[in-house]
Design a protein around this ligand. Structure first.
Ligand code: GLA
Length: 386
């Protein structure tokens, strides 16, 4: 299909193919920019680019999903005027150029199976596939972690979204069949095999998901304000990663209520990542670890609702639909919050009953038609050889 589209748009056939997955976080909301931990999963939903070099310096790309062509010149500095999806790609191009890398013009066709703007990192999968594209076209490679940092930088500096490294790291470092326990300070991870008895189901609330807005940045700044106050009493604290609830309590009177609540959430959430990772490794055949996962996911959701305040009413309705469904082990928000997708760990043999219940229950309570995806951990970004 993509070959036919390529032929139609550019004539000829694409020379190379690259891809990069989206991600869903299973524990650890907003812990990445606080240098904490995240339990994250690369998805078997991904963005593909089929492309060939051009003789000039133009990067010309056609998006199948949006039926839209856009272009920029690789010899002209990135412009702040640039808007829309092409910015994610021109941003990555600019970071590579800033770092001294060179690549030719490109004709390419993009297709994504990651739901666009739903909180599953469609943006990061686009950036990371673009990074693969520029490396292949330019005949250079960079260290994989460095590539993730470049893509994050493109999003921070050229898209204007002050995200942490979670999305890009997962998209680039993923290994099929495994979850990633990511340490966002050390920028290192361990892989955890997802037991076969557990299936991950993503439940898209279909409530609009808007992150580039001010709320994400506000949360981030509130966490940094918390650290400034904590530092005065405990100079070793550099980020919320270094803090314990006991220390935070001693500073409660010096910070406003919101800063206190945000900090409390992050401290608990980062700890929950370690506990959830341990419980998932044991698997849910062990009754105790199944129960612990339920508790941890519920605590993450209520914290997101009451302390970090990143939920919307549709997410509460969806959480109820997920937690009351047959086969549900544990359910919580995903991504930055404010609508978009949520995720559940489900007993593999009850998937169909789970999905039927969630769909019906959520439609009755919200009036919306949920989209449900049964997903498995996919492979990280790379070129595709046929
Ligand atoms: C978005 C950001 C990530 C991370 C999550 C919340 O997906 O891009 O860096 O902060 O929100 O965990």
């Amino acid at each position: 299909m993509i070959e036919a589209v390529f032929k139609n748009q550019f004539q000829g056939s694409p020379e190379w193919w690259v891809r990069a997955p989206g991600r869903v976080d299973l524990m650890g909301s907003h812990t990445d920019y606080n240098e904490g931990y995240v339990l994250t999963m690369p998805l078997n939903l991904d963005t593909w680019i089929a492309f060939s070099p051009r003789k000039d310096e133009n990067i010309v790309l056609y998006s199948v999903n949006l039926d839209e062509k856009a272009e920029f010149s690789s010899s002209v500095p990135h412009s702040k005027e640039q808007k829309g999806w092409i910015t994610y790609i021109s941003g990555v191009a600019q970071v590579f150029r800033d770092e001294g890398y060179d690549f030719p013009g490109i004709n390419g066709v993009i297709h994504s199976s990651v739901p666009l703007g739903g909180g599953l990192s469609s943006s990061a999968s686009l950036e990371c596939s673009a990074a693969e594209m520029f490396m292949k076209a330019g005949g250079f490679t960079v260290d994989r972690k460095q590539a993730a940092l470049y893509c994050q930088r493109a999003e921070n500096e050229y898209v204007g979204m002050p995200c942490g490294v979670l999305d890009q790291y997962t998209s680039i470092m993923g290994k099929a069949g495994t979850l990633i326990l990511l340490d966002c300070r050390a920028l290192s991870h361990i892989l955890i095999r997802l037991p076969e008895t557990i299936q991950v189901v993503i439940c898209d609330t279909q409530a609009p998901h808007i992150l580039v807005g001010s709320e994400y940045e506000t949360r981030r700044n509130q966490c940094f304000q918390g650290v400034e106050i904590l530092k005065k009493r405990f100079p070793v604290i550099q980020t919320l990663r270094d803090t314990e609830v006991k220390q935070l309590q001693t500073c409660k009177n010096s910070m406003n209520e919101e800063v206190f609540k945000r900090s409390l959430f992050i401290i608990g959430e980062s700890q929950r990542v370690l506990e959830a990772s341990a419980a998932i490794s044991v698997g849910t055949e062990d009754e105790k670890s199944g129960k612990r996962l339920t508790e941890l996911f519920n605590a993450s959701f209520t914290g997101a609702r009451d302390l970090y305040e990143i939920t919307v009413p549709q997410m509460e309705m969806m959480h109820e639909a997920m937690t009351t469904a047959p086969g549900a082990i544990a359910s919580r928000q995903a991504g930055g919050g404010f609508g978009g997708c949520m995720s559940s760990l489900v007993r593999a043999h009850q998937i169909e009953d789970f999905k039927a219940h969630v769909y019906r229950f959520y439609r009755e309570s919200s009036g919306l038609e949920a989209k449900l995806y049964t997903v498995v951990p996919g492979e990280g970004a790379g070129t595709i050889e046929f």
